[in-house]
Design a protein around this ligand. Structure first.
Ligand code: 5GP
Length: 218
């Protein structure tokens, strides 16, 4: 039986983890879907970035970020320890490779809540482990409604948010999957279908070679 061979763990074959990227324009529901995935699926966890910005109240080192000094961050850049890194509002942020590489070997999946530029960088570094999912709003009217957070926001502020959202949407074709978020539970189910199917990809099922070899024995 499959579960009794050394190539399996529990009732599934051994597999390699994956890097699951969720991107969307703000207002499309990416943060909600990310939270649902993290709270409902124990195999996936959020990738924890390193940053040089000061810790905010309520944040924990190693949970929200790895908080490091500028000199340490520069050492990590020089030692090629990041998948990607960027300077945002005067502080440095980067995705450390070591924790992710170790996790992938142990069938742990990592969620990345990043924009299209971060997605491109990550994909260039590691195509076989990356799965790119883009979430779209159901209509432009609904997006406008979601971006009109306060009724008192001036029209030009709302307009600027809409422009930013449109710019992000223009990168939809750089993703493997695109999901329309009309209803949050339906969207979540569709994102889960993608995640579950990707976990089952032959190339990720590292236990298959040995398992099939056993099947083919006399
Ligand atoms: P905050 O300081 O508010 O947590 O994040 C500021 C910005 O940095 C956000 O836009 C966030 O997406 C971005 N950011 C956080 N971690 C990383 C990372 O590892 N790489 C890149 N490129 N951006 C990041």
């Amino acid at each position: 039986m499959a579960s009794s061979t050394k190539h399996t763990s529990g009732d599934t074959l051994q597999r390699r983890g994956l890097m699951f990227i969720l991107s969307s324009p703000s207002g499309a529901g990416k943060t909600t879907i990310s939270r649902m995935l993290l709270s409902r699926d124990p195999q996936i966890s959020l990738s924890v970035s390193a940053t040089t910005r000061p810790m905010r109240p309520g944040e924990q080192d190693g949970v929200h970020y790895h908080f490091v000094q500028q000199a340490e961050f520069e050492r990590m850049v020089d030692a090629d320890e990041f998948y990607e890194w960027a300077t945002v509002f005067g502080h440095s942020y980067g995705t450390p490779k070591a924790q992710i590489r170790a996790g992938l070997k142990e069938a742990r999946d990592f969620l990345f809540d990043i924009d299209w530029q971060g997605t491109q960088q990550l994909y260039q570094k590691d195509q076989q482990d990356v799965v790119r999912v883009f979430i779209l709003p159901p209509s432009i009217d609904e997006l406008r409604r979601r971006l009109t957070e306060r009724a008192t926001d001036p029209a030009d502020v709302i307009q600027a948010r809409m422009e930013r959202a449109r710019a992000e949407i223009s990168h939809w074709d750089g993703y493997d999957y695109v999901v329309v978020n009309d209803d949050v539970e339906t969207c979540y189910d569709q994102v889960c279908e993608i995640l579950h199917a990707e976990r089952r990809k032959r190339a990720r099922q590292t236990g298959l070679i040995g398992f099939v070899r056993e099947l083919m024995k006399d």
